[in-house]
Design a protein around this ligand. Structure first.
Ligand SMILES: CC(=O)SCCNC(=O)CCNC(=O)[C@H](O)C(C)(C)COP(=O)(O)OP(=O)(O)OC[C@H]1O[C@@H](n2cnc3c(N)ncnc32)[C@H](O)[C@@H]1OP(=O)(O)O
Length: 407
């Protein structure tokens, strides 16, 4: 096989059997998606946003050796503006064809499309931490996995006489959950909004994806919701919170109070924002163990001035920002003036006062990393401590960014 035998094109319906089989192999699934689960995915993506690579070295057998696609998503920026973003997903290359440049080929094709369409950002959730920095992506939102021991969990404060939480009927869930999620998404940097095909897939709750666990149960509150499943692990029943999104601390407290009161459950697991306050709401903080902190969403910036102009800021800054971009050349030197929460940006030849790779800028942009932390790591250069502190303060967010949707 030579590189010229590799043919990249957009997907058609006839590619999907191979896409599903390739995905199951590449991500080590026990079995490929069934027809229902496959239809859910196909409803979320346009075939023209899916690239496939086939090996034509044998004209009688042209196996699919690469696939990559993107969803058209909406992300919330610090300050509340929402932007359209391509969300890269379903990237895989056949084990027989690895490290021959197929991923690079597919990402170059998709990136050129995003640039033509005027995207300022792209996002992804990564299978490994070592793949995407070379393409200018940086880890931008993080999440915390917690395990809560119910026997030791007592909420501080008074128990309300009448719980404001109810189990939702199917009709209530379909009516209220998308609206509650959207209200939450408007408040959080990095939040991904969900369109109807995403909700259809979540509400379908396909048995093949439950892995032997119960269906989803929904708890509703006027300021948020939580969904959870029951898993039996050995002799223990564990409640796995699938998601919780709230727009008020009252809703967060009330929903947790109900979850912590589940009978015949020893332990509860959840994935929450890194600044989730549950442990501080309990009389015994040790009831909550943090079992992991992981990168969730990675961000790539394509248009530095447009990105800077789209978010709001927590402090003032005057700096000459130098950005390097080895993959697509969107770096340069920018005079950045931030005042009253808004940035104005022009290109300049003046000497830089701040310098970093575009992947590092992506990590700082939503507030997921503090600039000072990355300066300690030698990945941000600042001409003087005052500029670093002003940069750090300007880009900090009051709540930790959280994407809330895996894709
Ligand atoms: C957004 C998402 O969908 S994340 C999911 C990614 N997919 C998976 O993890 C499924 C299993 N893995 C795979 O299918 C493949 O190994 C892939 C897609 C990760 C890589 O595909 P390949 O075609 O082998 O990558 P390709 O040859 O184009 O490599 C491009 C560059 O990435 C590097 N690279 C590729 N995979 C890895 C890896 N797992 N770890 C570190 N570096 C990697 C290569 O060394 C190369 O670097 P260079 O261009 O700087 O020399």
């Amino acid at each position: 096989m030579s590189t010229s035998d590799l043919v990249l094109r957009r997907a058609t319906e006839s590619d999907w059997d191979d896409i599903i089989a390739a995905d199951a192999r590449a991500f080590a699934f026990i079995r490929p998606l069934d027809d229902d689960a496959r239809a859910d995915v196909q409803h979320k993506v346009l075939d023209s946003d899916v690239v496939v690579v086939r090996d034509h070295s044998d004209p009688h057998n042209t196996p699919l050796v690469g696939v990559a696609m993107f969803y058209r998503m909406t992300m919330t920026l610090p300050g509340g503006r929402r932007v359209m973003v391509p969300g890269l997903s379903w990237v895989s290359v056949a084990a027989t064809h690895r490290r021959r440049g197929i991923l690079r080929m597919m990402l170059t094709e998709l990136t050129e499309q995003w640039e033509r369409e005027g995207a300022s950002f792209a996002i992804l959730t990564a299978s490994e931490g070592t793949i995407y920095e070379r393409f200018g992506f940086g880890p931008a939102t993080f999440e915390k996995q917690i395990s809560v021991e119910l026997a030791r969990s007592v909420m501080r404060g008074e128990h309300p006489a009448d719980s404001r939480v109810r189990f939702g009927t199917d009709e209530q869930i379909h009516q209220q959950v998308p609206e509650l999620h959207d209200r939450w998404a408007a408040t959080r940097s990095g939040a991904i909004a969900r369109t109807q095909p995403w909700w259809n897939q979540i509400f379908a709750d396909r048995p093949m994806l439950r892995d032997g666990r119960s269906r989803l149960h929904y708890l509703l509150h006027s300021g948020g919701y939580a969904s959870y499943r029951i898993a039996h692990i050995g002799d223990d029943a564990v409640a796995e919170v699938s998601e919780m999104f709230t727009v008020s601390e009252e809703a967060h407290t009330d929903l947790w109070r109900v979850l912590l009161g589940l009978d015949l459950i020893g332990r509860l697991t959840a994935t929450v924002p890194t600044d989730d306050p549950l442990a501080a709401k309990l009389t015994n903080l040790r009831a909550v163990s943090v079992t992991g902190i992981a990168d969730a969403m990675w961000l790539r910036i394509f248009d530095v001035p447009a990105a800077l102009g789209a978010r709001e800021y927590a402090g003032d800054l005057d700096a000459v920002l130098e950005i390097t971009d080895g993959f697509r050349g969107h770096g340069g030197r920018f005079a950045v003036h931030i005042a009253g929460g808004e940035a104005t940006v022009t290109t300049t030849d003046a000497p830089p006062t701040l310098s970093m790779d575009i992947s590092v800028f992506g990590s700082i942009f939503l507030g997921g990393y503090r600039a000072t932390e990355l300066e300690f790591a030698g990945r941000v250069w600042a001409a003087d401590p005052e500029t670093l502190v002003a940069f750090d303060t300007a880009f900090a967010t009051d709540r930790a960014p959280f994407s809330g949707t895996f894709f």
